[in-house]
Design a protein around this ligand. Sequence first.
Ligand code: DAH
Length: 357
Amino acid sequence: MTVYAELQSEIAAEITAATDLAALDAVRVSALGKTGRISGLLKTLGALPPEERKTTGAAINAVRDVIQSALDDRKATLEAAHLAERLAREHIDLSLPSAPRPKGGVHPTLQVMDEMIAIFADMGFEVAEGPDIEDDFHNFTALNFPKKHPAREMHDTFFFNPDENGVRKLLRTHTSPVQIRSMISGKPPFRLIVPGRVFRCDSDQTHTPMFHQIEGLVIDKTAHMGHLKWVLETFISHFFETNDVTTQFRPHHFPFTEPSAELDVRCSWEKGELKVGSGDSWLEVLGCGMVHPNVLRACGIDPDEYQGFAWGMGVDRLAMLKYGVPDLRDMFAADTRWLGHYGFSGFSAPNSASGLS
Ligand code: DAH
């Protein structure tokens, strides 16, 4: 065997032994690269006599051609094997069921709160918040509750044990204390809503010890009951997505408003399903009224200069009515099957441009 044939079979064996493209390329460089073995042989030609140079050159070139084509073949083989392996690995069975839907969902109460916030935000209201743990002043006294009002009793209110000074904190029974906090810390005019959790010692088919309210407050120099009616009717029209809204104020009593009213909206119940608009039933929606002068005074606002209105409504009941949830207690039972059924996608934040529900 000539030295060339020996080199050829040595490199051919290396080519066969290369099991991936990187190893094959290393063989190519070591054989045909600038400083490779075959290139090295070609460089020796210059030192040979012309006759010998011709035959030797032809022999080396023949080796080079054989090696080049062996490299090409091996490369094609390895590439085909690599592709086949990838196709096998990345194979997708389109007949398999799709990935399961995420189990979580947005609770109907939170969905409805977001809807309400979106509607009032469009009307120029800002969102105010306050603590769940309140004191007697903000929850009752500043809201003009008389000293002996029954709502202060243990019956309705969750009180904490008295602290070292004998002061009992409580879980707020409504979102109205945030009216007080906002008016004390800010300057009129005010146009705000207060979404939040409230707590009452009450539990039956239509009551849970924790529920949700949205409070509204408008204070300026001229705000009156007519504005209140417009704001609430506009809200109801957006919330129930109907232009057909008729409301009535029913006289009521709240210590913090004078006059006070409950607002009903005309509706019908067809096969147990609520339809807001025409009909011969009235749906009680919220409590409202003109802010009592004593409440303004408690916040350092002169009632001869400023006036305004407020309202408070239960969010959970409106969520149940809008989305057909039958039992209030299920709302807070933390059952993922229930949430899977009644929950909303976390990716569809309500806004009035794209529709609210
Ligand atoms: N705080 C009242 C409640 O929880 C609801 C309410 C009624 C709030 C009238 C108001 C209002 O701001 O003006 O029953």
